[in-house]
Design a protein around this ligand. Structure first.
Ligand SMILES: [Zn+2]
Length: 312
């Protein structure tokens, strides 16, 4: 089966993708077994409520009311839970002539720990429904493409605040991933963070969550992730298998997707992307709460929680 090169992206530019099941072999090095006894629970229902709350703000596009409202709410949520929260404000001169005011929210837990991991998601939404025949010039609600990854990380912040993690965890909520339409106006927050990292920032690795809220979630291995950081892919997929989620995390080829992890890898932060690109409502007005579910949110939340409480 060939997954064709369709897109000028969104959360992503899907470049070409061959898709032959089981192309990914388990690497030769071993992956430590995880202990689930000390891993706190992760609630997909709580995360889904946080997804719904974001959609209620309306589109989260720079300059729109929903963008400002979500930024305030999200920053307060993180300030109530994290040790330190840094809001990185920046401007971007877009190809359409607009000057965009954007913000990344960077929330740090266990700040002094040397061993740390970075978890990120984009919180903005696409300003156009470019894959929709109806109203293609109007912004989408981004229940999956935008709100889902952010919802998981906001719920994770609650878990981290009540169960002190054994490693440092940095949550980065990036703006401007999906502005577009072309790549010069995409991944803006990730590019800004890559160029403006905190002093001595050397996480063990990074994990990007994008489009994790489908009703039928499935997370095959994304090609850039595997090429940049195969050992991180192996660790994450192994953890998924060990907690009984192997069917949802098949070691098959998910295609090559350009997303926020690429600028981070280019800046030396080994980062993978957990993404379910197989979503029929992508960049349409059908990307609404009713076309999402707590299932994938909980699965992804459980995987990152198991990683964190096993030392990364
Ligand atoms: Zn998108």
């Amino acid at each position: 089966m060939i997954r064709a090169a369709v897109v000028a992206c969104a959360a992503l530019a899907l470049v070409a993708a061959t898709c032959q099941g089981d192309m990914r072999q388990t690497p030769a090095y071993s992956v430590a077994a995880i202990d689930t006894a000390h891993v706190p629970p992760f609630s997909g229902q709580n995360a889904h409520a946080l997804l719904r709350r974001q959609v209620d703000f309306g589109p989260r596009v720079a300059g729109m009311a929903g963008h400002a409202a979500q930024l305030g709410w999200m920053t307060r949520h993180m300030r109530d839970r994290a040790d330190t929260v840094i809001v990185q404000e920046f401007t971007h001169s877009a190809s359409n002539g607009r000057t965009l005011r954007m913000s990344n929210v960077f929330a740090r837990f266990n700040v002094n720990a040397r061993d740390r991991i970075l978890l990120l998601a984009h919180w903005d939404t696409r300003p156009t429904a470019d894959m929709d025949r109806e109203r293609p010039n109007e912004p989408i609600l981004g229940a999956n493409d935008g709100a889902s990854g952010t919802a998981v990380l906001m719920e994770l912040a609650s878990v981290l605040s009540s169960h002190s993690p054994p490693i440092g965890v940095d949550i980065l909520l990036v703006d401007g991933e999906d502005y577009g339409p072309g790549e010069p106006d995409m991944y803006l927050g990730a590019k800004h963070f890559a160029a403006n990292q905190p002093p001595d920032f050397r996480p063990l690795y990074g994990i990007l969550l994008d489009m994790v809220g489908d009703r039928d979630p499935r997370f095959p291995i994304e090609t850039n992730s595997y090429e940049y950081a195969p050992e991180v892919v192996d660790r994450v997929w192994s953890v998924a298998e060990q907690i009984g989620l192997g069917a949802m995390f098949p070691r098959t080829d998910g295609g090559r997707i350009t997303d926020d992890h690429v600028p981070l890898n280019k800046a030396g932060i080994r980062t993978i992307n957990i993404i379910d690109f197989d979503y029929e409502h992508w960049h349409t007005h059908g990307d609404i709460v009713e076309n999402t579910s707590p299932v994938g949110l909980e699965a992804v939340g459980r995987v990152v929680t198991a990683l964190i409480y096993n030392g990364g």
